[in-house]
Design a protein around this ligand. Structure first.
Ligand code: BG6
Length: 491
């Protein structure tokens, strides 16, 4: 049974009128309050540079809250009660003046102070330095920072150093929102609570693994940020590598933050470096051109609003990743992620090896390997593809492939699947770091991605084109086909 944190919290939300706060953070805090998971006396100080008095800020936050909360869980009484907790403070984050106001809000309070920096990454270091000088910021204070943590290893180290100048690592909560998704956490339960899988989870039993994180959206509205990052930095360095770690890591000795994070770091350190001679065969970068999405025509990446027509930034990446350790030697992890793909779908497919000796119809031999399909979003659930005898007297010993299926929305029909940010905010308030990324994880991930990108730029290849609404460049199909495999399509 989940309980509210034992102590009340004062949450200072920097960037409170921005996109992330409006779409994710306020709705998540509202849901927590509605579920009785905000401790009595917990408060939120919304900080932004816009000029509002308390009433107009609350009205604005309420309107946005309603807009971004499903109608089935929005009600006036809960919203009014939640907004009682919220105050507003106008603040120019970049200058020291003004930060003193925050002392007044905290004065005489014992509640745990949480600083949530929902601001552009360039502002983080400045805010941390200003806030570090305030008396209200002490060793109990927690700071929450969003990705991206840097643009590469040196910039990530620099930002981490600036955080470390004010906070101990145990006070820093780096968000990768994929870790807050129920189905991503479920990977830990699936792997380590079921000996059936735990005992089969290695190169003796698994031939290869696929991870797909597909999005149907394009880059409209945030071209500036995205073009300087690309899909590799925006998605692979964070979400995809985190998924890979959870799938590949050894069993932690317990569920504590450091036990889990120690195991993830071992995987990041064991990733086979992507050298320049591997880039051709192990990496495909793509960029979408005009096509269609949801039955409507959509522009190409270079025609999006604000686009630099000569950009060579990738919107699609497919990679063959290898992990150099005993458990995974010889087992490729094929990962792909892209914008403007045919649908939004994140899933993992574990392909098991066939039985050592096959005795059925030779024509059906290609069926003879089990697959575990883990659907992360949407339609969350899992299916284990197994082989059974086809029914009927005339079928002999013909085999049939079918799923053992678990769809979470049907199996746990009464439960709403909480948004990742609800879980993450709750864990910050409780002071649990297991769903947050430790400094060394981020830095090892950057080291690997930096080398890959450097080798890729050295070979000078431009991203390959793919039409919006398709599954990326054909080269990504060729990449798996060279190994005698193909991407699993559930359709
Ligand atoms: C963000 C990326 O971290 O994750 C976005 O910056 C991406 O580019 C988003 O669209 C995807 O998140 P989700 O939860 O919708 O899969």
């Amino acid at each position: 049974m989940v309980k509210a944190p034992d102590t009340s919290c004062d949450l200072m939300l920097f960037g409170a009128l921005g996109d992330l706060a409006s779409k994710k953070l306020f709705p998540a805090l509202y849901q927590l309050d509605r579920a009785g998971l905000l401790s009595a006396g917990s408060r939120v100080l919304a900080l932004a540079r816009q000029d509002h008095d308390e009433d107009s800020a609350r009205r604005l936050i309420r309107d946005r809250l309603q807009q971004h909360t499903p109608a089935s869980s929005f009600d006036d009484e809960s919203a009014d009660r939640f907004l009682q907790r919220v105050s507003y403070c106008q603040l120019d984050f970049s200058t020291a003046e003004g930060y003193q106001q925050l002392e007044a809000w905290r004065s005489g309070r014992e509640a745990t102070l949480i600083l949530y920096l929902a601001t552009p990454p360039t502002m983080v270091a400045g805010i941390v330095a200003h806030i570090g000088r305030l008396a209200c910021c002490d060793q109990q204070t927690r700071v929450v920072v969003e990705k991206p943590i840097g643009h590469d290893l040196p910039s990530s180290r620099h930002l981490n150093d600036q955080l470390a100048a004010v906070f101990d690592e145990s006070q820093v909560f780096r968000i990768d929102h994929y870790l807050g998704k129920e189905t991503v956490q479920n990977l830990i339960a699936l792997r380590f609570a079921n000996n059936l899988f735990a005992s089969q989870w290695d190169q003796n039993h698994i031939s290869h693994v696929e991870i797909t994180v597909a999005e149907s959206v394009g880059i409209s509205g945030r071209w500036g940020y995205f073009d300087s990052a690309g899909q590799m930095r925006d998605m692979v360095q964070s979400h995809l590598l985190q998924l890979l770690c959870l799938l590949a890591m050894d069993p932690p000795s317990d569920l504590s933050a450091d036990s889990i994070r120690d195991e993830k770091v071992k995987i990041l350190k064991a990733l086979r470096p992507m050298t320049s001679d591997m880039v051709q065969s192990h990496l495909v970068r793509g960029q979408y051109t005009a096509g269609s999405s949801g039955g409507k025509p959509v522009p190409g990446y270079l025609e999006e609003e604000g686009a630099n027509r000569g950009s060579t930034t990738e919107t699609f990446v497919a990679l063959k990743v290898e992990i150099e350790n005993w458990r995974w030697s010889g087992v490729p992890f094929y990962i792909r992620t892209g914008k403007r793909l045919p649908e939004k779908r994140s899933e993992v497919i574990i392909h098991f090896k066939p039985a050592p000796h096959y005795i059925f119809d030779p024509d059906q031999k290609h069926l003879a390997n089990n697959k575990l399909i883990i659907r992360l979003q949407p339609d969350e659930g899992m299916a284990l593809q197994i082989l059974t005898k086809d029914q009927g007297l005339h079928k002999g010993m013909r085999l049939r492939q079918g799923p053992l299926e678990l769809t979470f929305s049907e199996a746990f029909a009464s439960d709403r699947i909480p948004d990742a940010y609800e879980r993450l905010l709750l864990e910050v308030m409780k002071g649990n770091q297991y769903l947050f990324v430790r400094r060394d994880e981020i830095e090892h991930a950057w080291r690997w991605v930096d080398e890959l990108l450097a080798n890729c730029h050295e070979c000078g290849a431009h991203p390959k084109r793919y039409a919006a609404g398709t599954w990326g460049p054909v080269a990504s199909i060729a990449m798996t086909a060279r190994d005698g495999r193909n991407w699993y399509e559930d359709a």
